[in-house]
Design a protein around this ligand. Structure first.
Ligand SMILES: [Zn+2]
Length: 301
């Protein structure tokens, strides 16, 4: 399985347009420290790629990733579609950026689809530009992706809704608001789990994580108090729907205990000290066998 990391930042990116915190200021001064919104590309079949989550940076992310660039035919794109792990704005605002395509294939849970259509009215807005071709992300059992060698499954993580969908009636579509994406290659059995938003660590997720060769976990906040200490929120990390890396609810010990060959944090908020490559947290995590996902890294499983 071929995986390309397209971005590693939480909502806002690094730097965030209205933020002069140390992490954002440093990234303005040194472009090497910039982080785009968290996203992956996974090769579904030779030359056909799915993008996992459509961020506001998606146009630039495609340009920065050579296998995703169009060609050789004038309007041929290797981007087969988008798989969504939730309906948050920083994971879906990139969909309108793909509206130049005649059709846009989107794989998501029914809950996420309902939020995007009923809450954001994305289907109505985009219909005059691009036909939306929706497919349901299977969550009971894995299913083949487009009949190819990869199988995909969404593992429900939490019922945390995007703020715009707080009062949306999503009863008929279930409660799979946030999933971890599991992708398994049937050619060699290698599996990837991508979980950029973890409000909880449920048993089903734990099983999938133990069975994976490469796992990406929510690294939004270093500790629970970080959002309040930074002054941008009255809520703690847990209250914002993100288990922190360290502390009583921290995920680092559990991540380090997984048998996966690659264990990575992604989705870093610009307040997270890990946005500084010199921060001591990197060494502390490295000693536990944990990496912080790097922009444009290529992973071959
Ligand atoms: Zn900042």
């Amino acid at each position: 399985m071929r995986i390309r990391i397209l971005g590693t930042a939480a909502g806002g990116g690094v730097p965030q347009w209205n933020c002069a915190c140390p992490g954002c200021a440093a990234a303005r001064a040194d472009p090497r420290l910039r982080r785009r919104h968290a996203s992956l590309a996974v090769e579904a079949d030779a030359g056909r790629w799915y993008v996992v989550n459509a961020t506001p940076d998606l146009g630039e992310q495609i340009e920065e990733c050579p296998p995703l660039r169009p060609g050789p035919a004038r309007r041929h794109t290797p981007v087969a579609g988008v798989i969504l792990t939730d309906a948050e704005l920083d994971h879906t605002l990139g969909l309108p950026r793909l509206r130049e395509a005649p059709t846009l294939r989107i794989i998501a849970t029914d809950t996420v689809r309902e939020a995007l259509c009923g809450g954001l009215r994305l289907d109505r807005v985009l219909a005059p530009y691009a036909g939306l071709s929706w497919a349901t992300l299977p969550h009971e059992a894995p299913e083949a992706l487009d009949g190819g060698p990869l199988e995909i499954q969404g593992i429900t993580v939490s019922g945390k809704r995007p703020r715009y969908a707080a009062d949306l009636d999503a009863e008929p579509a279930g409660d799979a608001w946030v999933v971890a994406l599991r992708i398994r290659d049937r050619r060699d059995g290698k599996a990837l789990v991508y979980a950029p938003a973890l409000a909880a660590w449920p048993a089903g997720l734990d099983r999938a994580l133990h069975d994976a060769d490469c796992v990406f976990i929510d690294g939004t906040f270093w500790d629970d108090e970080e959002p309040r200490r930074s002054g941008f929120s009255q809520r703690t990390a847990v209250e914002m729907g993100h288990l922190p890396i360290t502390g009583p609810d921290g995920t680092a010990e559990r991540l380090a205990a997984l048998p996966a060959a690659r264990r990575l944090y992604t989705h870093l908020n610009n307040t997270n000290p890990l946005v500084d490559p010199a921060d001591g947290g990197h060494r502390r995590l490295a000693a536990m066998g944990i990496d912080v996902a790097r922009e444009r890294e290529v992973i071959e499983l």
